[in-house]
Design a protein around this ligand. Structure first.
Ligand SMILES: *Cc1c(COP(=O)(O)O)cnc(C)c1O
Length: 376
């Protein structure tokens, strides 16, 4: 057996075939709409917790035209592992290391004149050019130029000989909402800016759509799309389930029972004695806790799967462990596989379910699965 194998059974299993399938679902959505948009596969935040390098390799092999990261460091990690294709950097944060953008051949989103100057200097020092994507804030209120400032920015950009505008983009704030008025307004604002760019002789790839817009808004597909969550087999919001019917979940998260005990009525379990047995009970202990990303606020809501049945998490979730009530699951024993996220038998716990129990969204559930949980 592999000597690197950790002693603890807690692990996240990554189904790379499902990841490739989901890229195909993106392509099919574009095809159905008659759009030939390029696909920028978003692998920021360690590919939403799935492992950036293997995910990126799989997505490129499956036909992604480019990769998207948030941070310069994330792009550098992909380069270190031999990924040589286009990498677009969404996050806008590189104030101190413009040289790393150049060194790693990243294509950053730009929207501040100071960054243009620093990138131009870094590129000329290295004897090369930097391809940039001009980011416009059409309603997200996060990063980007306001539409009225774009014209002057284009003028500035034209003055930097080592910079080339290859992209023009924006990001939706509400693409998952049923009421699309705001989303339509954002689309219209970007279209106006794109027309201005063309009238100035620029010919950028225009891109806007995240997963929700890929599924819901063919008019927003434009020259390229930037799917994230749907690549990982999760729809951006529960009400989009039927739009993402062909998506396959990529990640499952399992652990095992390491201890089982019988306790009498009135026995308190875990910190704060917040759960007390109301009947003679069988309690099992799992080696997973909030330090692994199994959030403390799941207590009182969460279920796990044991022997194909649902068992409630009981007692405060600890840093490294938590307890479950297996009184109604006869024969539950040390060594049994326990599913925290994923399928077992005919039961399934999906990322949206875990998110609802934890008062958050599926994106956060996936990203917060901790570093010490090995990805297999
Ligand atoms: C994260 C991100 C995406 C992907 O969004 P999903 O909702 O996961 O599809 C696209 N564009 C930008 C700028 C992002 O930050």
């Amino acid at each position: 057996m592999n000597e690197q194998r950790p002693a603890r059974a807690t692990a996240a299993h990554i189904d790379l075939a499902a990841l490739a399938n989901n890229l195909g679902v993106v392509r099919a959505a574009l095809d159905r709409a008659g759009n030939r948009s390029a696909i920028i596969a978003t692998v920021k935040a360690d590919a939403y917790g799935h492992g950036a390098v293997r995910s990126a390799q799989t997505l490129v092999e499956a036909g992604a035209d480019a990769l998207g990261v948030a941070l310069v460091d994330e792009g550098a990690e992909l380069r270190t592992h031999g990924i040589s294709g286009r990498i677009i950097q969404y996050g806008g944060a590189f104030s101190m290391r413009h040289d790393l953008v150049v060194q790693n051949r990243l294509e950053p989103f730009v929207f501040r004149r100071e960054d243009l100057e620093a990138l131009d200097t870094a590129a000329r020092t290295a004897g090369t050019q930097v391809d940039v994507h001009v980011k416009v804030d059409t309603g997200m209120g996060r990063i980007g130029l306001l539409p009225e400032d774009v014209s002057a920015f284009f003028d500035a950009l034209a003055g930097f000989s080592a910079l080339r505008m290859v992209g023009l983009c924006s990001h939706f704030a509400n693409a998952d909402l049923k009421d699309g008025a705001m989303t339509q307004a954002q689309e219209d604002r970007l279209a106006a800016v794109a027309a201005l760019a063309r009238s100035r002789g620029f010919n950028p790839t225009v891109h806007l759509a995240n997963s929700a817009a890929i599924l819901l808004r063919p008019t927003a597909h434009l020259d390229a799309v930037r799917p994230g969550i749907m690549l990982y087999g999760v729809v951006p919001a529960r009400h989009l389930a039927q739009h993402g019917a062909d998506l396959r979940p990529v990640l499952s998260w399992t652990t095992e029972i390491i201890h089982v005990k019988q306790v009498g009525t009135g026995t308190p379990i875990s910190y704060g004695s917040r759960w007390i047995a109301e009947r003679p009970s069988v309690i099992a202990t799992l080696p997973v806790g909030y330090a692994d990303g199994y959030a403390r606020n799941l207590f009182g809501h969460a279920r796990v799967l044991v022997r194909g049945q649902r068992a409630p998490v009981v007692g405060t979730i600890c840093m490294d462990m938590c307890m479950i009530d297996v009184t109604d699951i006869s024969a539950a024993a040390v060594g049994d596989e326990v599913v925290l996220l994923g399928a077992q038998g005919s039961e399934r716990i999906d990322a949206e379910q875990l998110a609802e129990w934890s008062g958050t969204i599926s994106y956060e559930v996936l990203c917060r699965i901790g570093k010490r949980v090995p990805r297999r």
